[in-house]
Write a protein that binds this ligand. Structure first.
Ligand SMILES: Cc1ncc(COP(=O)(O)O)c(C=O)c1O
Length: 379
């Protein structure tokens, strides 16, 4: 029996836990981290910071916070502080910030996700913990706590900036708290900032002034910069005061010295980002081809590939629970775990496969070579 790492009665299931238990581990396809692996310069900076682990990390998160602000708003002249700096807070992963912001919402508030078929679950978990009423994703009732993951993990759906703005305006109640998670958006390409709510300060200010709506833009940096174990996330708050309110709740030094050193370095690593944009879409297209060929060889019903072409994963409906389970088991047995759509997302015919280099994909595809449409037919 494979070890269960999560206390599933109490904790929200997430992927990325199998690798440590696989003697033949080769590659983790279960998490949506960057296929390029951890940026080397930033990793060296984190290693170096370990030498200072007998000191407390800086309480103002500097200079990493300014470096991240320059990354988010690069047009700022180097002699001045970026406009959004006072509204930016770094967290111990985005998960810390999602929880923190949710705690600022009143108990009993009406919560809803984006309009997608499934959405990253931490927002819901945090809302349940404070006693929110959960509205369905197609609800027309305005929500007091509105949480949109865009691009959506796991479905890969994406709304452009003007659609997001219209969607928020239509679905947020007056005085609502709105979180928009743009963790996967930097993969869009060189111009990703133009499609980001971080560039729409006037929209956020207007929402707040006219309707009292507080818009928080969340980033998990653990995927783009492949540092899930280090823990790094950030939030751009609607106002400097809202940021101070979060700071009041945040545990001091929640972001450790190694993570801050990593961030300070990686925020200037433009070569890594250029390479990310160059290879991800190409490797994803190749992964999709390989999956389609595999499907044809197996001779079953056609699979449905979900998600935008720029993203770091594929959300795949294989149309059969038994086949999806068999693929999850075979991938794990080969040392190349994938994410089942069953736990948490409750989409048991789906699997999520991370984009990886073609030679790593070879190993995964080989793991499935012994499967046939039998499993499909028996479900
Ligand atoms: C969309 C999204 N947001 C936030 C997170 C949380 O990330 P972390 O706490 O590792 O920064 C994840 C992790 O998978 C995610 O996919």
């Amino acid at each position: 029996m494979f070890p269960t790492v999560w206390d599933t009665k109490t904790q929200q299931f997430h992927a990325g836990q199998d690798w440590k238990h696989l003697a033949n581990f080769k590659e983790d396809f279960s998490v949506t981290t960057n296929a390029l692996g951890t940026p080397k310069g930033a990793l060296a900076a984190a290693h170096e910071a370990l030498n200072h682990c007998h000191h407390y990390p800086p309480a103002d998160q500097e200079p990493a916070r300014t470096s991240l602000a320059r990354f988010l708003w690069p047009a700022t002249p180097s002699s001045s502080v970026p406009e959004g700096h006072a509204r930016l807070l770094i967290g111990n992963g985005a998960s810390e910030l999602i929880d923190l912001i949710t705690r600022t919402a009143p108990p009993g508030c009406r919560w809803r996700s984006g309009p997608w078929d499934a959405q990253y679950k931490e927002y819901e978990r945090a809302a349940v913990n404070i006693g929110c009423e959960l509205l369905p994703p197609d609800s027309t009732t305005p929500a007091d706590l509105l949480c949109l993951v865009n691009p959506c993990n796991p479905t890969g759906d994406y709304m452009s900036l003007d659609r997001v703005q219209a969607w928020i305006s239509a679905h947020a109640a007056d005085n609502a708290t709105v979180m928009v998670d743009e963790s996967m958006q930097p993969w869009l390409g060189r111009d990703f900032r133009a499609d980001s709510l971080t560039s729409a300060a006037a929209f956020a200010a207007d929402l707040y002034a006219r309707r009292g709506i507080r818009l928080y833009v969340i980033h998990s940096w653990t995927k783009l910069w492949s540092c899930t174990g280090l823990r790094l996330g950030s939030v751009v708050c609607p106002t400097a005061e809202a940021c101070q309110q979060l700071k009041r709740y945040q545990v001091p030094w929640s972001v450790n010295g190694m993570a801050l050193a990593f961030l300070d370095h990686v925020a200037r690593d433009t070569a890594y980002l250029e390479e990310t944009w160059r290879v991800t879409a190409e490797w994803r297209a190749s992964l999709v081809d390989r999956l389609e060929q595999l499907n044809q060889r197996m001779g079953g019903a056609e699979w449905q590939v979900w998600g935008r072409a720029f993203l770091s994963w594929v959300w795949l409906d294989v149309g059969s629970e038994a086949l999806a389970d068999a693929m999850v088991d075979a991938a794990r047995a080969a040392g190349t775990p994938i994410r089942s759509g069953r736990p948490g997302y409750e989409r048991p015919t789906f699997i999520r496969v991370a984009v990886r280099a073609p030679d790593q994909v070879d190993v995964l595809i080989q793991a499935w070579s012994g499967l046939s449409a039998h499993a499909q037919l028996s479900s």
